[in-house]
Design a protein around this ligand. Structure first.
Ligand SMILES: O=C(CO)[C@H](O)[C@H](O)COP(=O)(O)O
Length: 218
């Protein structure tokens, strides 16, 4: 599968969010990355189900909802009802990961598991076969526009080897610090979906920015 860019609305202009989303969709983006932060799991707060529900009315992109929240199990149904297609929870946010992943899948959406930069991939050992996606953070979560952490590259390589053996359908998404310099590193390491926030939405032409990222990835 050719790599895909998932624009992250974290860096979009929130005063005209609907237009920003429609613009990248018209430009060919298929996946929209939506960062949900609760001020507890990460030191920042963003948006929740009502905003996702509003965006669902103006977009048919796949909504890739990244929950950077504590107790995600309490809110899954709300995010599904709001229009999420993929729900990604953090391995560090739950002591009942297996149950949480089954809960997501039972609601008819795809299940992703996110790992912070310092979290080893061994945490995936007994759940990888159940996942549709693993999200490897390449910054410490909480903010857009941070610098890419190079140390995540061997982690992507190692995970792609394991995925090929255990669950070849499972996608690797990489998130944080992606720009035209770092994207080729991540793509060569084995990422399938690459999240880009600042590198898309702070540019004068976000659609052109996505095209430039894709070109740089090759
Ligand atoms: O999850 C995130 C932050 O926690 C964002 O999706 C990520 O940081 C993307 O932003 P940028 O591309 O600007 O680094």
């Amino acid at each position: 599968m050719p790599i895909k860019i998932a624009p992250s609305i974290l860096s979009a202009d929130f005063t005209k969010l609907g237009e920003e989303v429609k613009r990248v969709e018209a430009g060919g983006a298929e996946i929209l990355h939506i960062d949900v932060m609760d001020g507890h799991f990460v030191p920042n707060m963003t948006i929740g189900p009502p905003v996702i529900k509003a965006l669902r009315k103006v977009s048919s992109m796949k909504f890739d909802v990244h929950l950077m929240i504590e107790r995600p199990e309490l809110y899954l149904e709300e995010f599904v009802n709001a229009g999420a297609d993929i729900i990604t929870v953090h391995a560090e946010a739950s002591i009942h990961l297996h149950r949480l992943i089954q809960q997501i899948k039972s609601m008819g959406v795809k299940a992703g598991l996110a790992l912070n930069p310092a979290t080893p991939i061994e945490v995936l050992t007994y759940v990888l076969q159940d996942l549709d996606m693993v999200l490897l953070m390449s910054v410490n979560p909480g903010f857009g526009g941070q610098q890419f952490i190079q140390g995540v590259l061997p982690k992507i390589v190692a995970l792609s080897t394991i995925i090929a053996q255990v669950n070849p359908g499972c996608l690797i998404e990489v998130d944080g610090g992606i720009n035209t310099d770092t994207i080729s590193l991540v793509s060569r390491a084995g990422a399938d979906i690459i999240v880009a926030g600042a590198a898309v939405f702070t540019k004068p032409d976000p659609v052109l920015a996505i095209k430039e990222l894709l070109a740089a990835a090759e």
